[in-house]
Design a protein around this ligand. Sequence first.
Ligand SMILES: *[C@@H]1O[C@H](CO)[C@@H](O)[C@H](O)[C@H]1NC(C)=O
Ligand SMILES: *[C@@H]1O[C@H](CO)[C@@H](O)[C@H](O)[C@H]1NC(C)=O
Length: 418
Amino acid sequence: MKLLVIIILQISFNFVKCYPYRLYEHINDRYRFFSTATVYKYVAPVVRFPESNCEVLQIWMVVRHGTRFPSNNIIANISELHNYLSINKMTSQLKNEEVDKLNLWTFKLKDEHAEKIIEQGYNDMTFLGRNIRNLYKDIFKDNFNSQDFKVIVSPETRCKESAIMFLNEAFQKVIDENELEKMDLFDARFNLVNRVKTMVTDFETNFINGPEIHKVIENVARILGLDNLLDFNIVKAMHDACRYQKAKDINFDSPWCAVFTDDDLKVLEYYYDLKYYYSHGYGNMNNVQESMAIIQDLINNFDNKDQNKSGPKGVFYFGHTANVFSVIVGLGYAKDTIHLTDTNFASMKDRKWRTSYLDPFSSNIRAVLYKCGNDIKVTFFINDAPMYVEQYDCTLCSWDSIKQLLDSQYDQLIQIDK
Ligand SMILES: *[C@@H]1O[C@H](CO)[C@@H](O)[C@H](O)[C@H]1NC(C)=O
Ligand SMILES: *[C@@H]1O[C@H](CO)[C@@H](O)[C@H](O)[C@H]1NC(C)=O
C-alpha cells in the first residue's frame, strides 16, 4: 500500500507544474497575499494568453463564490480588538497618523453579516462572466438552456448569487435562480458534508508555538508599544481585520495592516498554507482520494463529447474553497516534492503550494476541450492562467494522453481502497 502511494506521488508530480509567478502583476506597496482571503486580481495574470484557433467543444469549470464577509467566529474575534486600542504614541513604533487611524477604527459587522457575499464579490463574478464570454464567443452565442449548459450550485446563498452574477454576464440575460440545479449534499463530486475541515494537525499547533510565529507576536507587541506579548488568536484577529478589509475594499488598507511587517505577513500566509495543505491538500491522501469523483466527472464529460459527440457545451459548478482544492489535488497541480511542515518555512520559500494563488476569492479552474483538425486537445486554467503540463511539455495537450495520466492515478487509488 505504501508503494502505491509513492507511485501516485511521482505521477502527479510530473503532471502539471505551476505557472511562473513572475507573470503576475507586481504590487509595489504592501504584501497582499492573504491565503483564501486574497483579492482575485492580485493573483490572476495581467497577460491574456492567446487562445488556440481550435474549435471549442466544451468548457468545464469549478468556481468558488466571490468575495464575502468573514465567518461569525472571525467577526467575533475582530470585534474584540476594540480592547487593544489604547495605543501609546510614545512607545509605539507606528506613525502618529497610523495611531490616529487605529484609534478611530470601528467595526460594525455582526453575526447576520457572516459569510454574506459583498459588492466586491459581485464585481468578481461579473468580471469572470464577462471574461469567459469574450474568450468563448461561440459557446455563449446561444441562449441559456439546461440542455447545452449544465450548472450545479451549492445551496449556500453566496454560491447561488455568484452563479447568477456570472451567468447573467456570460449570457447577457437575466437567469432565473430556479433554472439552476442544486448540489446534493451527498454527491461525492462536491463533498459538501465534509467541506469544512476543522481538524488541527500537530504541524499547525507546532508552527503556532514555533519560532516564526513567536517572532510575529513579538513584532506586533513592539510595533504597538506593548509591555506584554499578545495571544496568537488576537494577532490572528488583527490579521483578519487587515485582510478582510482589503478584500472588501481594494483601494483601502485597514489600519490593522500597519501592525505587521511584510515578513510577518509571509509567516501568516505560511500558517494558512500549512493548515490547508493538511486539511484539503497533499498532506493527507484522503483528500486526493476524495477528489477522484470530481475528476471522473471531468473525464466522463470530455469523453462523452469526444466519443459520443454529445453532452453540454458548458459545465459550471459553483461551490467553495473545498471544491477548488479538490480539483487541484485531483490534477496533481501545485505539488511540491517535499511536504510542508512546521519546521521548513524557510526552505519552502519557493513552494508551489501557495493558497493565495490557488484559492483567492472567486478562484476557479477551467478545463477546455478543443477540436484541432482531427485531434482532441485540452487546456487547464487556474485563475485564468494556463497550467503547463510538465510531462508532455504542453499547455494545449492531447486529451488521450491527459486522460491516461488521470486514469492511472485513479486506478491506483482504487487499489489502495481495496
Ligand atoms: C477566536 O478566538 C478564540 C479565543 O479567543 C479562539 O479559540 C478561536 O479559535 C478564534 N477563532 C478564529 C476563527 O480565529
Ligand atoms: C456514450 O453514449 C452511451 C449511450 O448513451 C453511453 O452509455 C456511454 O456511457 C456514453 N459514453 C461516454 C464516454 O459518455
